[in-house]
Design a protein around this ligand. Sequence first.
Ligand SMILES: NC(=O)c1ccc[n+]([C@@H]2O[C@H](COP(=O)([O-])OP(=O)(O)OC[C@H]3O[C@@H](n4cnc5c(N)ncnc54)[C@H](OP(=O)(O)O)[C@@H]3O)[C@@H](O)[C@H]2O)c1
Length: 331
Amino acid sequence: MQAFVIDAYKRPVHPADVPDPTVGDRDVLVEVGAAGLNQLDEKIRLGEFRQLLPYRTPLTLGHDVAGTVVRVGPAVHGFAPGDVVFARPRDHRIGTFAERIAVHEDDVAPAPRTATMVEAASLPLVALTAWQALVEVADVRPGQKVLVHAGAGGVGTVAIQLARHLGADVATTASAQDADFLRELGADVVVDHRTQDFAAELSGYDVVLDSLGGDNLVRSLTVLRRGGIAIGIAGPPTPRFAKEAGLNPLLRVVMTALSRRVRSRAKALGVGYRFLFMRADGRQLREVAALVDSGAIRPVVGRTYPFEETPTALAELGKARTRGKTVVTRA
Ligand SMILES: NC(=O)c1ccc[n+]([C@@H]2O[C@H](COP(=O)([O-])OP(=O)(O)OC[C@H]3O[C@@H](n4cnc5c(N)ncnc54)[C@H](OP(=O)(O)O)[C@@H]3O)[C@@H](O)[C@H]2O)c1
């Protein structure tokens, strides 16, 4: 089958003929209809995650899929050929930029009934990230104040809608031309990240979801009320994360050092900081699908490319201004 692979870290993505996936006992073989792109694909290509997620090359990239089940392993009972599904395959089993992928059934869910294949493929990684940040870690309650940075991005467009659905007052940072669009999605306050200083505008927040890291994260701590929490998805990772992920002692030392500044600033302000690295979860994707079908979450697809143009789509990710997600489609 055809897939888009890298032969080594830092090498270009190119089409290749690769063996069909092996279908394990609990795997669902999915004919890929569409695949969402994520910055994580490019970060993995560049080797930025090789300590955390060591992959062997050649490697097929791609973390998001929507498609049709063509075969299931002998121990799979929840899915059958013909089902339309979506998934973020677990780490070490990625590879959605391909004609087919075998995904562990626990990572798969029926696609939202009301979404197109392209829309469904835009959701898994970013929606799971938003869910794990706002529901699992922060446990957002009605009336709380939530700041979602980079509201017009893949994570941001879903996180704004989810925070709103949970009953929060939502602020976001974005470019001025996206302000009206983000208010429609559910943002109460939009701060122009090019001309305004969000740290001067906002205060008393319960939760910040930060996807930018660095100074943006450190300054985000100052908009929190005492006891509030900042959740960082762009880093830095913390010793707690290293411990929970079972990382080796050297990585724990590195992560302790990388996060020292933000952790000590958070402590001084009486607020919390957690680093989140999202994980595959088909059960949570069912919740996401239900929210899409109820109208609470609208997938935002800013750009689509034919499957054959996957390398171009990846090269343009982050360069071409896009609202929401970029998706490649085989339709
Ligand atoms: N740890 C995890 O589990 C996890 C999961 C998902 C994503 N991530 C990471 O989170 C980051 C965001 O992911 P994504 O998929 O949402 O990316 P994306 O779709 O590429 O988001 C880009 C958005 O960021 C906005 N932006 C850039 N600088 C900004 C600033 N200073 N203030 C406010 N907005 C700004 C851009 O707006 P303009 O065009 O207006 O500048 C654009 O809308 C990436 O680094 C990704 O790797 C981590």
